[in-house]
Design a protein around this ligand. Structure first.
Ligand SMILES: C[S@@+](CC[C@H](N)C(=O)[O-])C[C@H]1O[C@@H](n2cnc3c(N)ncnc32)[C@H](O)[C@@H]1O
Length: 289
């Protein structure tokens, strides 16, 4: 992807969070800023019953079942962040932040938590433009780190922006690993494991390698890869869960948990119809330093 241009997948996931809030009752993740952060095209689609039906329910029907992952990973992430803050964590790094609105929603943490939002310049500048367009104030506790993980190791960029390596830190990395080459993923994992204080943790999602995707989901998995590739963000890396777990441990983390999808479904979607539950195409990972 061209780092100087805004990410189209960041736009897409903001639209999915906005739609989630509109149609799920109760929603599992509430992001009232998402509708302002998704681009004009998606806002127009979400604002029209006909366009929503035509574009989302009809044109995108094969990949639509993957959408619940986007609200789920955000909820899973913020549940962990909340518990780490309760344990005294004072730094939170959002790697590939896109249009994440955590700091805007959690102004109660302004004097307690420093948030580092790392993204490429194109997406970060577009985020600032959209914040200005909707008069969204810049949260006082955010440091915006404009960096490309393929060019600059994570901790080099963080240290240049005032990150304190002596403090236990929460790191989230959602919706990003699949767009990175394996080399960058390994380097980023190593960078967190080597430089973070004890008590730090990294949580992220990954795409399951095709030969481990159950046959009924293969078409959705392949079509979703084509959909993002057409938007200039091809899928570069997928993992078998065991292989990912080995990589995380080899990079120096002390333990890792890849929760079972049925458990996550039970935790967040027990009251939802089967059609709105999680597909076996993505997995979550919680790695402890
Ligand atoms: C699908 S979006 C996810 C955004 C956000 N984490 C979320 O879940 O809403 C992927 C994000 O990763 C960022 N990204 C992709 N490649 C990157 C790289 N090499 N370095 C830094 N950020 C990158 C994109 O700019 C984009 O904001």
């Amino acid at each position: 992807m061209d780092a100087s241009k805004p990410s189209k997948t960041a736009d897409l996931v903001a639209a999915v969070r906005a739609r989630h809030l509109k149609i799920y009752n109760p929603p599992i993740f509430v992001d009232p800023f998402a509708i302002q952060f998704c681009g004009k095209g998606w806002r127009r689609i979400l604002g029209s019953k006909f366009l929503s039906w035509f574009v989302i329910d009809f044109m995108l029907r094969d990949i639509l079942p993957l959408a619940p992952w986007i609200a789920t990973r955000a909820r899973y992430c913020e549940d962990i962040v909340d518990s780490m803050i309760e344990q005294g964590v004072e730094q939170y790094v959002i790697i590939g932040a896109g249009y994440d609105s955590f700091a805007m929603r959690r102004t109660d943490l302004e004097n307690q938590l420093t948030v580092f939002e790392l993204d490429q310049p194109g997406t970060q500048n577009e985020k600032f433009r959209r914040m200005a367009e909707y008069s969204i104030p810049t949260p006082k506790n955010v440091r915006y780190v404009d960096s490309d993980l393929n060019e600059v190791p994570l901790f080099t960029a963080l240290k240049e922006n005032g990150f304190d390596t002596s403090k236990p830190t929460a790191f989230s990395w959602f919706g990003v690993t699949y767009y990175l080459p394996l080399e960058t993923i390994a380097q980023t994992l190593q960078s967190v494991a080597d430089n973070s204080a004890k008590g730090s943790a990294l949580f992220f999602d990954f795409r399951v390698v095709l030969d481990q995707v159950p046959s009924e989901w293969v078409v959705a998995h392949q079509k979703s890869a084509k959909f993002v590739a057409r938007r200039g963000e091809p899928i570069l890396t997928e993992f078998a869960p065991d292989e990912l777990s080995d990589l995380v441990l080899d990079c120096g983390f002390s333990s890792t948990d890849i929760p079972d999808t049925d458990t996550i479904n039970l935790q967040y979607f027990s009251k939802m119809p089967a059609s709105q539950k999680l597909t076996p195409t993505f997995r979550l990972c919680h790695a402890i330093c």
